[in-house]
Design a protein around this ligand. Structure first.
Ligand SMILES: Cc1cc2nc3c(=O)[nH]c(=O)nc-3n(C[C@H](O)[C@H](O)[C@H](O)COP(=O)(O)O)c2cc1C
Length: 190
């Protein structure tokens, strides 16, 4: 909202997967297309973010980490789509959040409103990964959208081969999630 409380709400969206055919990256693209009026969604790819290393950090953020921080800084809120690996958050996403949480007390992610979602070909819709992701966001004092929970199970049946979302009910949930995120951003801006 340009720091003034007026204008479009700016959302930064990213997925915890690097692969081109990722369902979670596809879900982020579908969200950007379904964004309500008055909301702009910027998509950020996590490729190129190195493994967190305190020795590297001590010399300054690597370029891609700096770009990530700048993107978070200019956003009013975040939309994160997580895959589920071993019943938890994939390392790619956890690592990105570790970088985003630095330096302690002054991190760009600190207190930023967030909405989460996730997609899996499996049956449980990333419920366990989302529960873990919420814990990491609590540590960063992020206000979070609690409902709707966007748990996209059986992703192979909800996206086509070009990874376009074909399931209208899912699109409706994603849109409602963004509307709620917009409300959360507005509440925190006042
Ligand atoms: C290392 C690994 C662990 C996985 N663990 C889970 C899991 O715990 N639960 C689940 O639903 N799917 C699991 N999967 C399957 C992923 O949901 C699936 O690969 C999904 O497509 C990954 O997300 P993406 O399409 O956005 O890359 C796992 C996949 C990998 C590669």
């Amino acid at each position: 909202m340009n720091g003034t409380g007026s204008g479009d709400i700016r959302i930064l969206a990213f997925a915890g997967s690097l692969r081109k055919a990722s369902y979670n990256r596809a879900l982020v693209r579908a969200a950007a297309e379904a964004a309500p009026d008055g909301m702009e969604v910027e998509i950020f790819g996590l490729e190129g973010i190195p493994l967190f290393d305190g020795d590297v950090e001590a010399k300054g953020f690597p370029e891609r980490v700096e770009a990530f921080h700048e993107a978070i800084e200019r956003a009013d809120g975040l939309l994160i789509s997580t895959p589920e690996y071993q019943h938890g958050v994939p390392g790619v996403l956890k690592n990105a959040i570790d970088w985003a949480s630095r330096p302690p007390g002054k991190a760009t992610i600190l207190g930023k409103p967030v909405a989460i979602m996730g997609a899996t070909p499996g049956m449980w819709g990333t419920a366990r990964a989302q529960a873990q992701l919420r814990q990491a966001l609590v540590y960063n004092r992020c206000p979070m959208v609690l409902q709707p929970e966007v748990l996209v199970a059986k992703a192979k049946e909800r996206f086509d081969e070009d990874r376009r979302l074909t399931h209208d009910a899912t699109r409706g949930f994603v849109r409602r999630l963004l509307e709620e995120l917009g409300e959360l951003v507005r509440r925190h801006a006042t």
